[in-house]
Write a protein that binds this ligand. Structure first.
Ligand SMILES: C=C(C(=O)O)c1ccccc1
Length: 363
């Protein structure tokens, strides 16, 4: 029988177990170059015991950057830097995909090319804060992307997808969650467009489906994942018709033959409870591929979810920060290291590469 600790092929992605390292922003890349460095090589190598590592969110273009010291995957220097990470993970027997990210309106002029306004479906502020060289600041009011700019945005995803291939990743995850650009187009609170990219669920899903079409052209559907958060309020996002939007979108994904659908179940990093009329089980039934559940799972929940078929894989965020060997600890039901919240974002090796693994058990 399938358990949390048995292998699975998520499309063409071979996973030795069902324990996934969720994408975790850690704000430790070089801010000027967007390049990762030596400590990222150690951090990801230490966690190569994951069935699949999904990297931290990585911007596809300068416009797609929304926070201080987040990495990119659009320059040759960034490719060379990431290649050291993928080589180290592969030498250690791991599987690693990179999360392709465009923040849309969750950004600040100081982080934007030429100090310009962030871009979004409509000129509506996220109403949240982001993290810049000067600490936390209110996100800047975005400008609405012109209809004529949509092909260029899709082309930016294609460029990053190709650079991810050069960097030696096993695949990519398109970030369609947490109130960032693609989620901003999907949802009614942020998308007030009156053209073909706004209004109906079909129109609001258009850009995401165009991006998936283009990215699967580069990678094949079987090496392309997608992350969604239908019911999360993260980064000031809301949808007046969340269930309807998701029930429109998810069947439309099946034609791509995606490696997996990564679903944030409830509020990102928060309550798993849904509103009246909302159902994750209904959404799961609409997807024909590998379903990866995420959000607040503990060991017992994850084991039960896989053994009862509620999920094929489970992604863990914070537990993987503090436990480089999380899959082994879960398998042994060993105690977990406590995470240090003060070193989640920014800083150096402390709270990043210095969490201990279990003492080597001499087999
Ligand atoms: C990429 C993020 C997400 O998907 O929520 C993120 C960004 C900054 C801090 C935490 C998480």
């Amino acid at each position: 029988t399938e358990t949390l600790f048995t292998p699975i092929d998520a499309g063409a992605l071979h996973a030795k177990n069902r324990v996934v390292m969720a994408p975790l922003t850690r704000n430790r890349a070089d801010n000027d170059t967007g390049e990762v460095g030596d400590m990222h090589v150690d951090y990801y190598r230490q966690r190569a015991g994951a069935g699949i590592i999904i990297t931290e969110a990585t911007q596809i273009s300068p416009e797609g950057k929304g926070y201080f010291q987040t990495p990119g995957i659009h320059t040759e220097g960034q490719v060379a830097a990431w290649k050291r990470v993928t080589d180290a993970v592969h030498e250690t027997g791991g599987t690693i995909v990179i999360q392709l990210w465009h923040v849309g309106r969750v950004s600040h002029t100081s982080l934007q090319p030429g100090g310009g306004q962030p871009v979004a479906p409509s000129a509506i502020s996220a109403g949240v804060q982001t993290f810049t060289a000067d600490g936390f600041v209110d996100t800047s009011t975005p400008r609405a992307l012109g209809l004529d700019e949509m092909p260029r945005v899709v082309a930016d995803y294609v460029h990053a997808a190709k650079m991810a291939k050069k960097a030696g990743f096993d695949g990519v995850e398109v970030h369609g969650a947490n109130g960032y650009l693609l989620d901003q187009f999907l949802k009614t609170g942020s998308n007030h467009r009156t053209d073909a990219y706004g209004g109906s669920p079909e129109n609001r899903a258009r850009l995401l489906l165009e991006v998936l079409d283009a990215v699967t052209e580069v990678w094949g559907g079987d090496r392309t994942g997608l992350r969604l958060s239908p019911f999360s309020p993260a980064n000031g996002i809301e949808d007046a018709h969340a269930q309807e939007t998701a029930e429109y979108l998810i069947p439309k994904l099946n034609r791509f033959g995606l490696a997996y659908l990564h679903m944030i179940e409830g509020a990102t990093g928060g309550p798993r409870e849904l509103d009246e009329g909302q159902s994750l089980a209904a959404l799961r039934k609409l997807f024909n591929g590998v379903y990866m559940g995420n959000n607040g799972y503990d060991r017992a929940m994850a084991i039960e979810a896989v053994e009862t078929g509620k999920a094929d894989m489970v992604a863990f965020g914070v537990p993987f920060i503090a436990n480089p060997d999380l899959p082994e600890r879960l398998r042994q039901n060993a105690p977990l290291n406590a995470p240090d919240k003060d070193t989640f974002y920014g800083g150096g090796r402390e709270g990043y590469t210095d969490y201990p693994a279990l003492p080597e058990t001499v087999s």
